[in-house]
Write a new protein. Sequence first.
Length: 145
Amino acid sequence: MSDATPGPPRTGAYRPRPGRQRAHRPLSITGLPSDEDVASQPHTGEAADRFTLWTPEQIEAETRTVRLDISFREALKVRDQAEMIIAAMRLIIEKTREHDIGSIRQRIEARREADSLRRVLARFNGKVPHGDSAKKKPIQRQHNP
């Protein structure tokens, strides 16, 4: 009996899904590179900067300035905010020490960490971060017996 005999069509849990994205798909140059595309980039160090996945306009937009809003109304909140800032800065410092990913990616990822800190600080101080929409209050209905 030959191993090449056709069997029933594949069914069940191991059947590939139609339209599933493959790992060898081409890179999209219209938007920002996906995390998968960035992780699969073969270049390291200075070569990562020469063969970057971002356009100059995208680099400019992804590395713009981040402004932090700190409240000094209560001493405990000041300390909590300072601890959040110190923890985020440690992450940023570690990110800038990863020389293999290239300076462009270091700057983009460091800015993302700082923007995350900005959002956390805004929520901590009872504000809505810029770019987020405020939650709508649920409508309270009266029950008529």
